[in-house]
Design a protein around this ligand. Structure first.
Ligand SMILES: Cc1cc2nc3c(=O)[nH]c(=O)nc-3n(C[C@H](O)[C@H](O)[C@H](O)COP(=O)(O)O)c2cc1C
Length: 431
């Protein structure tokens, strides 16, 4: 059995899987609920003194499950920051949360927000939290909710702080200088240049970065001709599909400053999702909307699946897992063929006679109409070289894994639907 124990900013953690800031970290009884699933850490619900985000519209969770399976894990949420009065939370809930985490061997990370982009408005929270025994604090610098939910004077807290490197630097530096415990800066997927913000956080002395906070979204109910949930845009476009986007943003940071501890999440639902994030340079991996969509048991299930993945790979400790961020690149740096892509493709699909079961998916989905299947003949698909673009869509969709891409002239395999495509252009001059 693999040993899942690890450390984050020098603090021991029993396993890298935890719950990012949401209800589950807000009050002791919910902290206990997720703790019982064996997670290594939990982040508190963001505490604050902003007028607006503590009063949520009720109901505040709008699942899109009724729209069909495509959207089954997708939802929009108008829940905002902690809804308990700050002083009451500090005196009543925080001590209980800390005690429970201690008993359960779970790291509790506090989360807070100042009232503006002025760093001074954040510092009293940090001092309170440090004084009460918190070992680490996450700055909720990435949330979309305040933008929509706070009173006008406070609307620049949350995501706007993580969009601009100069602001990120200022807030990080002031917060890091104010206390003696690690400060984590939480990022937003709204940020276009995540690497620049990450470098600013590093320059400001930030101990770790976390990401990503939620995106925002809106939905219109076409049956009732009205908005769904509350009208307009609101925070929290959730669901597994957005892991792809969140991971891309995370990689921009982990590939730029691999030495910076990273707490990554966004659309993590399974043990393999956790593995993906660890391979992508995350030290801790957070789950949030999965816990709502699938129930709290998804946490213990994910820990088990991750452990099994490690065992299957022969990784005995977390340190044995390779981080692959040194392979991360922007498309501009990938070697490409000559300029005449309208010419006949040098890379073509090859269909396997034995594996093909003539389902016809490749024929239906080929964007260029290049694939034909004669079901009556019972043979594998054929393709028209004049129409084929060498795009690889048929490889990714074949349920039988019966298609691979090869070089037209030599038959050399370029891609079989697993891992990275072969950098075939670099082998030759052009093609
Ligand atoms: C119900 C709910 C409440 C949340 N509340 C907060 C919050 O108070 N502070 C914060 O920083 N992030 C908050 N988040 C964002 C999550 O911590 C997380 O960053 C985001 O949802 C992406 O992860 P996921 O795809 O696993 O949900 C909340 C998310 C959800 C679903």
């Amino acid at each position: 059995m693999a040993d899942l124990s690890t450390t984050f900013c020098g603090v021991p953690v029993k396993n890298p899987i935890g719950v990012t800031s949401c209800d589950y970290g807000g009050v002791e009884k919910l902290v206990r609920r997720v703790g019982e699933q064996g997670i290594g850490w939990v982040i508190g619900k963001t505490v604050h003194k902003i007028d607006g985000p503590h009063r949520w519209p009720r109901p505040f969770f709008y699942s899109l499950r009724h729209e069909g399976n495509d959207l089954k894990d997708v939802w929009i949420c108008s829940q905002m920051f902690h809804n308990m009065e700050y002083e009451r939370w500090l005196d009543e809930e925080l001590p209980k949360c800390l005690k429970t985490c201690e008993e359960m061997g779970m790291l509790y990370i506090a989360s807070c927000s100042g009232t503006s982009a002025e760093a001074e408005t954040w510092i009293p929270f940090l001092k309170d939290l440090e004084e009460r025994g918190c070992k680490m604090i996450e700055l909720d610098t990435g949330g979309p909710h305040a933008t929509f939910g706070a009173i006008e004077a406070h609307k620049d807290v949350g995501a706007p702080l993580a969009l601009d490197p100069a602001t990120a630097y200022k807030v990080t530096k002031a917060c890091v200088d104010a206390v003696n415990i690690p400060i984590i800066f939480k990022t937003t997927p709204q940020c276009v240049n995540a690497a620049a913000v990450a470098l600013a956080i590093q320059k400001g002395g930030g101990h770790a970065i976390s990401g990503n906070n939620a995106f925002y979204g809106a939905w219109i109910d076409a049956d009732t001709n009205s908005f769904y949930g509350v009208p307009g845009s609101m925070g929290g476009l959730m669901g597994r599909p957005w892991q792809i986007f969140s991971l891309a943003k995370i990689l921009e940071t982990t590939a730029t400053i691999p030495e910076m501890p990273f707490l990554g999440g966004g659309g993590v639902f399974t043990g393999k999702d956790v593995a993906r994030h660890v391979l992508g340079g995350c030290d801790l991996v957070g789950m949030c909307s999965a816990v709502y969509s699938r129930g709290v048991k998804v946490l213990s299930k994910t820990i088990k699946e991750f452990e099994q993945w490690m065992d299957a790979k022969g990784y005995k400790t977390i340190k044995d897992i390779p981080v692959i961020t040194d392979q991360f690149m922007y498309l501009r740096d990938w070697k490409r063929e000559g300029p005449y892509m309208q010419d006949i493709t040098p890379v073509i699909p090859e269909f396997s006679d034995e594996k093909c079961n003539q389902c016809g998916i490749c024929e239906d989905l080929c964007p260029y109409g290049a694939i034909s299947l004669d079901k009556a003949a019972g043979t594998k698909p054929t393709f028209d070289l004049d129409k084929c673009y060498g795009c690889g869509w048929c490889v990714g969709h074949c349920p039988q894994w019966a298609v691979r891409m090869v070089k037209r002239e030599t038959g050399e395999q370029i891609w079989d639907g697993k891992g990275v495509i072969k950098d075939w252009v670099s082998d030759e001059e052009g093609y």
